[in-house]
Design a protein around this ligand. Structure first.
Ligand code: NAD
Length: 291
């Protein structure tokens, strides 16, 4: 069994991005600049945005963090996003989700210019992905694809089962795994909360991608011998063993399943760090496009 080491691969990618930024600067070009907007003070969101900003700085990107209170209105947030749209130094914009209930995520996402939408959530980028055009691919599925590629995992003709149909993970990874070329050319089955006989489907998976948000949901009986298992789930679960009082738990029962599969991502240290690296890659791409 091989661990798909997201910490290691994401560090390699960040080093590659840093070298590309240095090359840009040596040619007198601008630094890539990511702007992140955080509304409210949700603990998990604070942590995610903090990691994104820190990673940008480490790779020589500029970053701007805009913090807004929970009381911010939808109109005010739209105005903030428009300011970033109109700022020529900003290459990429992310608005950390979830937003407070009184703000429509759809409206905010559609306000971001597609060419600055480095999260790849804008309908234009989602549409481009669906029809195989170049655009921004959401960072988490892009990170999964990058892991598969860097570990030379065969995908052609394989049966890939995805659990979860969210717009940010399940749907886009299903499209990516079924597209023509490598990594892709897989036969994809997309499962969700209304799927029946889930175990009988997952047992057929050569590649199992799990993104539902229920800790330890996938057990050893659900996995085929020597399957590739990619665990996207991150849930904070209570523990007495850490200072914070919680730990991050994946959707796969790692202790059991790791004994049966050929490749597996750990949680933490699998897909999570890849997500940040791919967000930065998208930001550099946005910056390069403007040259
Ligand atoms: P979501 O929370 O929007 O939706 C969950 C999905 O799981 C739904 O499509 C639902 O149909 C499916 N589901 C729920 N119960 C099910 C069941 N019993 N059987 C089969 N399917 C079921 O999904 P999301 O936003 O993709 O998040 C999923 C998990 O991935 C969460 O733990 C989230 O924190 C994590 N996540 C991690 C990263 C990362 O960077 N590693 C990024 C995004 C999301």
């Amino acid at each position: 069994m091989t661990i798909l080491d997201g910490n290691h691969i994401s560090a390699l990618i960040k080093a590659e991005l840093k070298a590309e930024v240095e090359k840009r600067l040596s040619f007198g070009k601008k630094r890539p600049h990511l702007a992140a907007v955080l509304v409210g003070n949700d603990g998990a969101s604070e942590t995610y945005v903090g990691h994104k900003v820190k990673s940008c700085e480490q790779a020589g990107f500029s970053s701007t963090l805009i913090r807004l209170s929970t009381e911010t209105t939808e109109f005010q947030l739209i105005e903030e996003v428009k300011k970033l749209n109109n700022n020529p130094d900003i290459d990429g914009i992310i608005v950390q989700l979830p937003l407070p209930k009184h703000i429509s995520e759809d409206i905010i996402i559609e306000t971001i210019l597609p060419e600055k939408d480095v999260d790849g959530f804008h309908p234009i980028n989602a549409g481009r992905l669906l029809i195989g055009q170049d655009g921004f691919v959401p960072a988490t599925p892009a990170g999964i694809i990058e892991l598969i590629e860097r570990y030379n995992i065969e995908t052609s003709g394989k049966h890939c089962v995805v659990i979860g149909r969210s717009n940010i993970v399940g749907k886009p990874i299903s499209v990516l795994m079924s597209r023509k070329g490598y990594p892709g050319d897989a036969t994809v089955t997309l499962c969700h909360s209304r799927s029946t006989n889930l175990s009988s489907i997952t047992q057929q998976a050569d590649i199992l991608i799990v993104a539902l948000g229920i800790p330890n949901f996938v057990t050893i009986e659900m996995v085929k011998q020597d399957a590739v298992v990619i665990d996207v789930g991150i849930t904070r679960t209570a523990t007495t063993t850490t200072k914070s009082g919680y730990k991050l738990t994946g959707d796969v029962n790692y202790a059991e399943v790791s004994k049966k599969c050929s490749f597996i991502t750990p949680v933490p240290g699998g897909v999570g760090p890849m997500t940040i690296a791919m967000l930065m890659k998208n930001t550099l791409k946005a910056c390069n496009t403007k040259d």
